[in-house]
Design a protein around this ligand. Sequence first.
Ligand code: 13P
Length: 250
Amino acid sequence: MRKNIVAGNWKMNCDLSETDYLISRLMEQKLDPSVQVIVTPPFTNLHHTYHLLKSMPIGVAAQNMHQEEGGAYTGEVSAKMLKSIGVETVILGHSERRAYFGEDNALLAKKVTTALTEGMTVIFCFGEELQERKEGRHFDVVKQQLKEGLFHIAEGDWSRLVLAYEPVWAIGTGETASPDQAQEMHHFIRETIAEAYNADISENVSILYGGSVKPNNAAEIFGKPDVDGGLIGGASLKADDFAAIVNAFH
Ligand code: 13P
């Protein structure tokens, strides 16, 4: 059964004291207990956040990890290191990693394999750029991202996978995909998975929408049948806004 999930992607925001403040404010919020809530602080604050939230129903995930198990990769962090501090979920494939750090589908396929082999859960992000949508290529682009980044994984690993459709033109721009555009793409994603695997897998995977989700538009987007929640950037840095989004499911 797929779950409703709201994950806050803090990106490169919040030093230690800002993390303490945001977490303490989050702990004061009333959050819908039927929604799986996740926060993803930067690496430096993962361990600290994990301990602060240990007794709370809020999960902690990383924003990235390296594809190798370990070794001479200066500045990188492995799946094993994340697991050793209690972090068992990782975001992979975010458009900012793709655009600014050269992460392509082939590299992401390796990262996904490593994370799943290590027993982690992956929140896999993908989505088209504005020009690709304008040219009517958005379905092809998304299909390619799924095929090359994900469709090598075993059927049994899909239970540890969450998808996040994030059209690049909607990230941090204040411009969201309309609820109908989100639904149309999420439906296409499920069809594509059903073709490559089967209907059982495609019906059971949670597909989140990301891109300028705010308290005033979350309910309408989450109300669509193939949208199972959101990956939230800017609005996840304000506890009240994040809570309002978590509580936006009908
Ligand atoms: P915004 O919510 O700030 O548009 O960011 C979305 C995002 O990139 C989440 O991963």
